[in-house]
Design a protein around this ligand. Structure first.
Ligand code: RNT
Ligand code: ZN
Length: 427
């Protein structure tokens, strides 16, 4: 895009927004501080770097076979570097435990240590970015029944308790090394395909497992954790042990017992297909210090399509902006599409989320609130609709220009070049 045109369009947008009392320059400064966590698992279809296990199960699945997927930690990090070079603002990188680099060592997930992630840590420290983390309770022989922390089989349950405990230590070390709290998300696939008479029993087991895992307090300066709730998945259509009510209750009880740092994780694809999470943000913010959001896009089911700045995403980030809570809501991407260039997937999803955030910060919310408080709901609706076509794109391109990354779709040619020179050379 032509630089002069970007600046001209920005100056016009600046005037338009200022008529509504919005300072675009202040918003651009704010954008610099909002970090989005980039999930490493988009780069290899959730395969992971362990030699003999890894891969998905538990109802999550990447479909497609676009060429060029990363096969090693080096390739994956190079691809992430490439993606981040096309993104304005700051990112973090979200690593799953299955991205351990064991270098031939025979060690299972219940005994993983920080040294198995040293390449990730060194890479992140070099770039001055934060790392986030996730236990991987799927894609492993011990998870073949899709029951992990709630398994009635004591051997299985013990294995996964030890895995999550190991992950909490590793994540704390990552946070310390990167000088930024490592946001850790605990998701388990546990559930049943069909009608389950023992619902209460498995939830009781999960509660006990979590009690044991969370007993050891971690320093919130380096480590924060969320529990990810879910309504249903493939293979767990009838019953998910870690449901919304389960984790809502668990987090509430922990808070009452003095643990204010435990978060709820809301994944945008984990609710009823017609249910969105935006309305939940303000309710949770009243009772929780911080929350974690998995930015995803379900199409008919929790399909984890690449995020675009659709209405659902816009409304989520508007709610965060309206509550002035970008420091209390952690945004982590969670999608995996193997049918398109994987770098494009990261870039599309991250830029879409950032663009939605920008739009939310630019919303003349004071004008909307005034109409509402005056009881003029007709004006409120008229203004709501009018604000949809404010020139966010012009401010976005200026944000890209300021950050010295491609504006508009100029990044597409960079990805094509990388595809030609790097991705297609991978056998
Ligand atoms: C699954 C959850 C979970 C995973 C990742 C890979 O339904 O959304 O967050 O997608 O941990
Ligand atoms: Zn998720």
């Amino acid at each position: 895009m032509n630089k002069d045109n970007i600046i001209k369009a920005y100056e016009a947008a600046e005037k338009t927004y200022s008529e509504y009392g919005i300072d675009t320059n202040a918003v651009l400064r704010k954008m610099e501080d909002i970090q989005i966590s980039l999930h490493c698992w988009q780069g290899d279809d959730v395969t992971g770097l362990e030699q003999d296990s890894g891969g998905t199960s538990g109802g999550i699945m990447a479909t497609g076979n676009y060429p060029g997927k990363a096969r090693t930690g080096e390739e994956l990090r190079a691809d992430l570097d490439m993606a981040m070079s096309l993104l304005p603002g700051k990112q973090r990188v979200n690593v799953h435990a299955s991205y351990a680099e064991l270098d031939g060592e025979k060690v299972d997930r219940d005994r993983y240590e920080t040294k198995h992630y040293i390449k990730w840590i060194t890479w992140a420290v070099d770039r001055g970015i934060g790392l986030d983390f996730n236990p991987s309770c799927f894609g492993h022989p011990m998870a073949s029944s899709d029951m992990t922390l709630s398994s009635p089989d004591e051997k299985v349950r013990r294995f996964w308790i030890d895995h999550v405990k190991a992950c909490r230590n590793i994540a704390s070390d990552m946070g310390r090394a990167c000088k930024s709290p490592c946001i850790t998300n605990i998701w388990i696939p546990d559930g049943m395909k069909d009608l389950t008479p023992n619902r209460l029993k498995y939830r009781g087991i999960l509660k006990e497992s979590l009690d044991e895992i969370l007993k050891e307090k971690k320093d919130p300066a380096f480590y924060k954790e969320g529990l990810e709730c879910k309504l249903f998945g493939i293979g767990s259509e009838s019953y998910v042990v870690g449901s919304h009510e389960f984790y809502m209750g668990y987090v509430g009880q922990s808070r009452a017992a003095g643990n204010e740092d435990l978060m709820i994780t809301l994944d945008m694809g984990h609710f009823h297909p017609t249910e969105t999470i935006s309305d939940k943000i303000s309710a949770l913010l009243l009772f929780n210090k911080e929350i974690l959001v998995h930015v995803s896009r379900g199409v008919r089911w929790d399909s984890d399509h690449v995020v675009i700045s659709n209405e659902d995403v816009q409304e989520v980030v508007r709610e965060i902006a309206r509550a002035d809570a970008f420091d209390r809501v952690h945004l982590a991407l969670d999608f995996f599409d193997a049918s398109i260039n994987r770098i494009s997937a990261w870039v599309i999803g991250t830029r879409a989320t950032q663009k939605a955030i920008l739009g939310a910060l630019l919303e003349p919310v004071g004008t909307l609130r005034e109409a509402e408080e005056n009881g003029n709901f007709g004006n409120r609706l008229a203004l709501t609709d009018e604000f949809r076509s404010l020139p966010v794109g012009a401010v976005w391109n200026k944000f890209c220009l300021d950050n010295e990354v491609p504006a508009g779709t100029d990044w597409l040619s960079d990805v094509s070049e990388y595809e030609r020179n790097v991705l297609l050379k991978r056998a």
